[in-house]
Design a protein around this ligand. Sequence first.
Ligand code: X5A
Ligand code: ZN
Length: 666
Amino acid sequence: MAAGTALVYDGEMINHKLLWEDPTCEVEVPERLSCCYGRLQHYNLIERCILVSAREGTESEIMLIHSMDYVEVVKSTEKMEKEELQKVSAEYDAVYFHPTTYRCAKVAVGATLQLVDAVMSGKTRNGLTLIRPPGHHSQRNAANGFCIFNNVAIAAKYAQRKYGLQRILIVDWDIHHGQGIQYAFDDDPSVLYFSWHRFEHQNFWPWLSESNYDAVGQGKGKGFTINVPWNLVGMGNSDYLAAFLHVLLPIAFEFDPELVLISAGYDSGIGDPEGQMKATPECFSHLTHFLMNLANGKLCAVLEGGYHLRSLSESVCMTLKALLGDPLSPLSGEMMPCLSARESIQNVRAAHKPYWKCLTYEEKAELTQTNVELLSPQEVGKGDVNEVIKTDRFLETHMKSILSLKPPIKTAAAVGESGAYLLPPTVHIPKGLDMKEFKTTISAFDVKNMKEEALNLLLNMLAVLNKIIKKEVINGLAVSSTPSLSSAIAIAHCQNLKVQKVLCVFVGDMDMKIELDDDKVLLINICAKHFEQVNTKHNISLNWKEDPKTNNFFSATFGFILPVAYSYQPNLTIVIVGPNQNLGKNRISLLISLLQGLAESQILAVIQDTEEKIMQDIANILTGDFIPNFENFAPDLQENVEVIKELRAQFQQEWKLLQCSAKNFK
Ligand code: X5A
Ligand code: ZN
């Protein structure tokens, strides 16, 4: 599959600027681009990308979305003096024109299309383009909200025409509603448009009723517009994550796009004067990482808004790092979506129940519009200079604390002689073990009767684990003839090395005897057999009936495992793949891929030695060379969904990211 990340940028787009006083438009400044570029240089990210040149979008490309008359209006501003420019600008809502606007807007379109071409042709796997003016508010006959041409909407039409795509997903994480994109594809089921936006019960720009959750699309396009309205400011990492886990991701995987376009606005980030939300930069790397598992990795991130220069540029860097496959910094903050966010999420899910199989078994939730006693949002004074400086200072320390050095080697493996040839060449296989290092750990277990080969594998596994814990590698895998024992030993070793929190996910029939009584380990056991054991907060069995027909697992992945895992915030993840897995190998691969969002992407996968094919896939997931693909979506078996529902009800007080309704919890 295609590799590499494209970066499309052209300094020409800094020429477009505001020539008169206008408090509404003054935040959309040229420095938005230069700061982002400077920050990318600071983190040495530019040289890691495949640089793709921008070009001008052609008139016929622009007319995939806009009318000829409108293009003529924009073109006519090229020759205008300030006064005339001001007059044209005043005809639109929150827009300014400059003599270079037409040229810049054409380059913004062309840069976006260059990115689409790089990704669709397989020149790169994914990419990012830094452009302005932004696009998502502009419409067939109108500029709007700093936007001239609708870059992303044009890109979607272009990709459909040029590459014959049937399904494109647009994720608009800008804090404003991209109504321009919504209008362009309102009745079109081939483009799924998701947007969250500051809404405040329609008391926020652009004040449209069609930004609410009940706008789901028209005609054949019903169900293909998804609006998550935020009715409070101060939404943060856990609110955004909850919207992804409980709304976007299940639907997106069911939709199964061939290309993902991100309307990547960063006014949804902390410190932004427009959005007044509080998501920190690493949040965007997680959002990106989730989306990288769709469309075989074909993902184009296209800049929209973002007006706090430091916040914007750090968030852009985190997005690009995710695209490059860097380990993810753990999502910071308490993982507890607020009541208002949950209410919005519940309403969107209810509104979309008729259109998506993944929501079939959703309770018939009442649509709520109650203004419950809302949590007091963080007061962020709009345009408050002190607040902006506070965010600057906060980000200065925050980024230092979350960005750790990247190990030179990504993946280590303990596979024995026979397995080594199945691995990608970049995988490191530790040799020359020092038994003493593992003595304390091993001595607590009965390994006397173990065959030498099995014992060797076990020691090799501990060597790999050591490398992960010491951050010499990011992740690793180990085959084992005794996965239950191996994982027990691995967990013990983590405790000896004082790893604070270990998440263990078991897949397959395993005989687990691990004593647990505190927060140091969380076990999730996915098994077909019914266990008599009583579930506790840190030891949860998820009985999943195998269904080869659908081979599905999304409701468990997004509805339970990831919310619990993100709520727990582990320091290390161990996945154990035993015999008789009740899941298809693609589902296991996807789960492991998604679990890379936890614990700085530190994962040890322990795999039963008979499962060579899975071992190979997992190795490729861990090195970043493979993204699992999915065919034939069918909803999960109702009895499986019921199991998930019950577990969610049982644990949503403890693992708060499971909460996605406005029910009031203690
Ligand atoms: C692209 C973008 C915002 C316009 C706000 C007008 N536009 N009040 O973020
Ligand atoms: Zn915006």
